[in-house]
Design a protein around this ligand. Sequence first.
Ligand code: CAA
Length: 383
Amino acid sequence: MHFDLSEDHRLLQESVRAFARAKILPHAASFDREGHFPRALLGELAQMGLMGVYVPEDYGGAGLDVLAYIVAMEELSAACASVGVTVSVQNSLTIDPIQTFGTEPQKRRFLVPLAQGKAIGCFALSEPGTGSDAANQQTVCVPDGDGWILNGTKNFITNAPIADTIVVFAMSDKSLGNRGICAFVLDMRTPGVSCAPKEHKLGIRASPCSSVIFEDVRVGPDAMLGRVGEGFKVAMKTLDGGRIGIAAQALGIARQAYEEALQYAQDRQAFGAPISALQAIQHKLADMAMELDAARLLIHRAAWLKDQGQPFSKEAAMAKLYASEMATRVTHQALQVHGGYGYLEDFQAARHSRDARITEIYEGTSEIQRLVVAAATLKELGG
Ligand code: CAA
């Protein structure tokens, strides 16, 4: 057993870190202030292979593995959490289900441009009245000839205002519960699909997010991902992978907040010395360093399991649960180390604190992660 990254992963980490620090970090505060998504950056991220990290090269991807994706996610999110989530939704939530459940024509039509970064993706599961209780889908799909007609509203859809491709879930037979749900992949320009105005959020303000409305949207049989009634499993399997990505996003946000607090503690003088000489501050820095390490270990284990083709649902939920709650604690303490300056937007501590909060909510709240971990643990015990 060893804990080092391979040479390839380390080189990727260095190159993404250098890119993120040079091209993203200096502008992250203004992206946040202006709610501006830096679309031009996506071309450069695509050139680095980051829009389809673990998609085989034959399908336009970088042909790397999930651990490589996670390493890149930490670096991008340390620079800007909004860029991080865009890349995460692309890789985990849009590409992954097409790669896993798509037919060859679906892969050629949707996966290739997504992996090349020529198309942006989004994932539409949540609805105005259906968040954690994901099986209770109100969006419906009704058979129409050999295809389907979709009606309903999805909300909190990250990337929707800039997306070209959407993976969407709809109920075909309510009496079957979670077995009556279908998954589809379609072009956002399909007649009847529209986006509501962008949401104003506490954090990740540069990440575009809106509701998506489906009004008599006609799709052919080739739009279905997986089989009739398999949609809930498509969603759950996709979210298992997505949760590792969000855990890495939380880790990146928290690491950046910690590094800035560490620097500030060495610069700021009080009581005749840098505040890093004070035990009260040292204890905070020690806890932050330990929690960052613990989160990274959980995240890398979950990514490694997915790469091995082993079950990883419980480990992904643990990684997401721990990393997101850790990010809330670490960014809170990092702001505290900055004292009054931390409360001003002139420093980055406030932004990190606002950005961290969402990681406890999307892709399954902390409460849902605890359910998943408990259910898996009891199942292992035969309960
Ligand atoms: N993989 C494969 N199958 C799974 C699965 C998994 N991880 N989890 C559950 N299933 C299967 C079960 O085996 C079961 O199958 P059978 O019916 O054949 O036995 C079926 O799904 C139903 O399982 P449950 O009874 O456990 O389902 P449930 O209705 O109780 O719900 C839940 C379980 C964990 C609460 C689930 O609803 C859930 O994860 N909710 C949270 C949804 C979520 O994460 N939403 C995030 C939206 S996306 C987002 O946030 C994107 C963004 O903006 C960035």
